[in-house]
Design a protein around this ligand. Structure first.
Ligand code: SF4
Length: 339
């Protein structure tokens, strides 16, 4: 396999910040003889898609069709487009274990250096042995992060790959197995946003320092306000009589068994429960169902990150267990997708 990488297109500054495995895609298309190719990307990389499509068409002669629907992760392969094409290119995510056979995952690796962010984090870390985690965009630079920590007398530890996680040290919004596997007293998360470091803090119960490689800002994660908000959501949902259990159509978010178990749990607690199967979970999709509250078995971000969008409380599965008394609040658990 050709390991050369190309910078995708010039139509987006954001896309230019990434190395995309375009050579790999071209070789696979040529080798497989694919005549129709699907191209799917998350919003941040979508602007680069027309330029990528043009390059692929020019170099392989295949017709490229871009998926226009939202794409949130490797869990979210456009299966309808898959039916129309011989090969599907899914950009920006690593595969979650075994996926649909004709889907090729092309990682987008951020060029951003981690040195400055990790140097700043080293000033804030308290332990001499810390767990180090990041998201797929930076995982290729974890060696650099470990070197910086070592220069500051800190041993960085990476939890092993496995399950939904392809690389040592990688975390997903729905899976923190690499962080939980690290026997350390403190964690360093390298990446943007608060969701992943919050997940690490709740999954491990340990101190988490987050270092943003783009802004080089370093902060300590405080879980109190999020836990207060989630406790408030459970309290508001407690008075609800009718619960919608939301089941995602997205292949890597579909947790049908869990949904059925929660339905039975709610019914035995005297609640009116019904299952709802849908693709994108948006407030207007819930509006006419007449539910007073919902439980999302889909991506954990729906309940935890998008809560403010919904008019009714939307709980995660462990939160619903708290509501019906099947789990004590003290054993609050961040929702993770294991299957
Ligand atoms: S379920 Fe959510 S967090 Fe997990 S891969 Fe999909 S979009 Fe990302």
């Amino acid at each position: 396999m050709d390991s050369a990488r190309s910078t995708a297109g010039s139509s987006s500054g954001l896309a230019q910040s990434y190395d995309i495995e375009l050579e790999k895609a071209v070789k696979l298309i040529r080798d497989s003889g694919a005549e129709r190719v699907g191209l799917q990307a998350p919003e941040g990389l979508k602007r680069a898609c027309p330029a990528i499509a043009k390059q692929i068409e020019d170099r392989t002669g295949a017709e490229v069709m871009i998926s226009g629907d939202p794409c949130y992760g490797a869990c979210d392969v456009d299966l309808r487009l898959c039916e129309e094409v011989d090969l599907m290119l899914h950009l920006g995510h690593s595969e979650l274990g075994e996926g649909p056979i004709k889907v090729i995952f092309l990682e987008a690796r951020m060029k951003e250096d981690l040195v400055e962010a990790v140097q700043r984090a080293a000033q804030v870390l308290k332990a001499k042995r810390v767990g180090v985690t990041t998201t797929i965009q930076h995982v290729h630079k974890l060696g650099q992060a470990l070197d910086v920590l070592r220069a500051h007398g800190i041993e960085g530890v990476l939890g092993p790959a496995g399950g939904r996680v392809k690389y040592a040290g990688q975390v997903l919004g729905c899976c923190y197995s690499t962080a939980r596997a690290q026997e350390v007293e403190e964690h360093l998360f390298i990446g943007t946003g608060r969701f992943h470091p919050m997940g690490i803090a709740l999954a491990t119960g340990k101190r988490v320092v987050a270092a943003d490689p783009v802004s080089c800002q370093v902060s300590e994660i405080d879980t109190d306000s999020m836990l207060r908000r989630r406790f408030g959501a459970i309290t508001r949902a407690r008075g609800a009589r009718r619960f919608a259990i939301l089941v995602s159509k997205k292949p890597g978010q579909r947790r049908m068994e869990l949904a059925r178990r929660l339905k039975a749990l709610g019914e035995s607690a005297g609640k009116e429960m019904f299952l709802v199967y849908l693709d994108n979970i948006e407030p207007d999709r819930l509006q006419n169902l007449g539910a007073n509250a919902a439980v999302s078995t889909a991506c954990p971000r729906v309940a935890l990150d998008d809560a403010a969008k919904f008019q009714i409380p939307v709980l995660t599965p462990p939160e619903f267990e708290v509501l019906v008394g099947a789990r004590p609040w003290e054993l609050y658990r961040f929702d993770e997708i294991e299957e």
